[in-house]
Each structure stands twice: as C-alpha cells, then as structure tokens.
Design a protein around this ligand. Structure first.
Ligand code: AMP
Length: 345
C-alpha cells in the first residue's frame, strides 16, 4: 500500500494505472475509520481493479464554532486498517487549498490544541507564523460572513491576489438547502468543492459514498451529473453498531450516558419504520414520534424530516419512496441518521 501526499504524484499514479488498463475507485473519507468506511472499500473493490482511499479533514465544510479542531484523528490506526484491506493507495494530502508555498503536512497536534481559533495553523516556519495568523483570521471572518442570511456573497473576500487563496466554490443550489443545509449553510459548499477537487486530482472511474450521509450522497450525485464528471457515483447502505447506533467517527466523543441517550435516534427511526409497514402514511405524525422520543431521551433535535428520496422535498403523506432524516445533538456531539421508507402497499 502506497501513501501519497502530493496532488501531482497522486494524479500521475492514477493516470499510469488507467494507461495500464486498470480502473480506479475513490473512497473519500475524513479518517478515524470504522466498519462503515470499510464497507465502502469492500464495495469499491467489487467495482474497480484499484482502490484509492483519501483521508483529509476538509476545513471548508466546518463553520466557525463547529468541531474542526476536535474532529477525531488517528492516521496510524487508519493506515493499519487500510493495509489489512489491501487498499492500493491512501491519498493523505497536504492542505488542499494552498496554492503558494511548499505543501506541508498540517500540524494535527497543534490543530487539536488550538483554543483561540477554529481554523488550524498549518504552516511550519516561525517566520511565517504571524502572516499566516492574519490569513487564518481573515478566512475565519469570511466564513462567519457566510453564515449571515445573505451569505455566499462574502466568498469573494476570501480571494487575495498576493496570498493565492482559494476563491472557487461549487454550490448545488436546491439540494443543499434543506436538512443539514438549514443550520450548516456552508457545509455542502465545502463538501462538494473538496470532492470535485479530489475527482480532478485522483481522476477516478468510480467514487463510493455512504448513505449514512444521505443528503451528501444526493448532492454529490447531482454535482457529478451537472458538471459532467466522468465518475460513477455509488451509494452504499448505512452501517450500524449492534445496538442500532449509526456508525460515525464522532461517536467516540459521546460520554457513556450520551451514547445511551443517542440510541433514541435509531430506535425512533425503527419505530416509525414499523408504523409505516403497518400502513401509517401521515408524515407529520411520524416526525412528531421521532422528535418526542429523542427529546425525552435528552437529545436536542436539529431537524427531523420525511422527504422524497430523490428531490429531498418534504412530504405530508408517504406516497412515494421517502427517507426519514434526523440530526440531533447529545452534549456537544451532533449526530445524523436516516432510514429509507417505501409507501405501504
Ligand atoms: P466521513 O469520514 O464521515 O466523511 O465519511 C466518509 C464516507 O463514509 C462518507 O461517504 C460517509 O457517508 C461514509 N460513512 C460514514 N459512516 C457510515 C456508516 N455508518 N455507514 C456507511 N457509510 C458511512
């Protein structure tokens, strides 16, 4: 298994493989891998002869105040797991948004310990620190600007000719708005942009995503279609722990009590799934069930919605295939989960 850090080297590897008649699958991740991630790799192996797994905690999908600095990381452990799965390449890039200067490894320890700012200091030499600090502060201000109702216009502020900052963003205008997009207005902009960058660097034939992040999968399918990426997008089933909790890198940050409380999400989804099978089609009633159960357990519901599977439009009655999607906070940890539902026959 090869670990590649440079964009150029990654692209060269991929092109050489394709020239040799191989096909390449990409599994994008933010690391701290669990069985859910590994199931995507198994699927990728079925669909191509070579598999690239990317590990990159993408800073642009985190808003100020979100958990970029505390996002769990364990590169060594991840590499160990990937090696045993016989992955061909781990793409663990340097800062994907830096155009000028040497590509350097972000200092993860410094990021995790950084209390002052949510954005990491990812430059190494002391001489550059002050300048870089001001760049980070500007970026932070710009991201904050984007959280305002008219956010997005401020993106232009992120550009500075001299400093070579990133200024190009992809937005999937309608599909990014509901569900997670409501309270995380820059999240999908960051996700879609980084995935497009990964597609351009790795040039995969196939890319594999989990339906655990249901809206993300839909948004990325739309982006690939709208922008004519020659990449087949695959969506894989959501994997759960034995007790039903949806597997997530963030689960490790739950206390024992919070973890028990968090089971209310999967239990509420299971309950409404049974109700639908028995003929219940009233979406508002089912959503009420979910909210009540999670709230009673001590969770704070961000949203609970029943939406059409392909359009993500909210429904009143379940007449077409839908997905019940939930986001809830337990302590400082925000979890998402969902279940696909068919209309009762
Ligand atoms: P992340 O590292 O959280 O960005 O996730 C990387 C990929 O793994 C995404 O496509 C996720 O949807 C997928 N994934 C995360 N958790 C699960 C899960 N429990 N089951 C299936 N796929 C998952």
């Amino acid at each position: 298994m090869e670990v590649i850090k440079e964009k150029k080297k990654m692209r060269e590897w991929s092109r050489a493989q394709r020239k040799a008649g191989e096909s390449v699958a990409l599994v994008p991740t933010m690391g701290f891998l669990h069985a859910g991630h590994l199931s995507l790799i198994t699927e990728a192996k079925q669909r191509s002869t070579k598999v690239v797994v990317s590990i990159y905690v993408n800073p642009t999908q985190f808003a100020p105040g979100e958990d970029l600095s505390t996002y769990p990381r364990d590169l060594e452990g991840d590499l160990h797991k990937l090696k045993s799965l016989d992955v061909d390449v781990v793409f663990n890039p340097y800062d994907l948004y830096a155009h000028n200067g040497p590509e350097e490894t972000p200092d993860v320890a410094k990021e995790a310990g950084s209390k002052k700012r949510n954005l990491p200091e990812r430059w190494s030499t002391a001489a550059e620190q002050e300048e870089k600090k001001s760049q980070v502060a500007d970026l932070q201000d710009s991201l904050e600007e984007n959280l305002k109702p008219n956010g997005g216009m401020a993106v232009a502020n992120m550009h500075d000719e001299n400093k070579g900052r990133h200024e190009t963003w992809i937005r999937v205008e309608r599909l990014e708005k509901p569900l997670c997009g409501q309270n995380r207005p820059i999240f999908f902009r960051g996700v879609v942009t980084v995935v497009a960058k990964l597609f351009n660097i790795v040039e995969p034939d196939v890319a594999v995503f989990g339906k655990k992040d249901y809206q993300q999968w839909r948004v990325l399918c739309r982006m690939a279609q709208d922008l004519d990426f020659a990449v087949e997008i695959i969506g894989c089933p959501l994997l759960r722990e034995e007790d039903g909790l949806a597997m997530s890198s963030r689960n490790v940050r739950l206390s024992d009590t919070e973890r028990q409380q968090a089971l209310s999400i999967s239990r509420s989804l299971k309950e409404i799934e049974a109700l639908v099978k028995m003929g219940e089609v009233d979406a508002n009633l089912l959503v009420k069930c979910i909210i009540e159960k999670i709230t009673a357990a001590g969770g704070k519901v961000d949203y609970a919605k029943i939406v059409e599977q392909d359009t993500l439009r909210e429904v009143d009655k379940i007449k077409v295939p839908v997905v019940a999607a939930v986001a809830a906070h337990f302590g400082s940890v925000r979890l998402i989960d969902n279940v696909e539902l068919q209309p009762p026959s």
